[in-house]
Design a protein around this ligand. Sequence first.
Ligand SMILES: [Zn+2]
Length: 129
Amino acid sequence: MASRSQRSAKERDARSRAVRRVAEEPLLRGSLVVMRRTCGKQGCHCQTGEKHPSLYLAVRRGRQRTMIYIPASLEETVRSWVQNGRQVDELLDFVSQQCLEQLLEQKEQALGRVPHGAGRKRPPKERPP
Ligand SMILES: [Zn+2]
């Protein structure tokens, strides 16, 4: 295992940003979708013309994927939770990519293909989200 000090500054930054977000802010792993529906009221314009837009959160609840109606008063809250969830996912994915490079390097060494310290592959130049 690489020690903390061997991690790149970008990786350390991504890790601490992810930790901070998880620790301090609510998050949701889902996405917001607008669905257009008819309301069922007789004579409403939605029967023939424009339907009513409503906001739903597409999310997994337990093992099931579900759609949850979001009233307008909660839209901003849900948006920020979803946004936070997405950013945490992106940060974790970045850390995972870095760790994967590290693993591949260690695997080459374990298989004796690369002498220690020589011919090390540089991690890809990727920007953290
Ligand atoms: Zn209607």
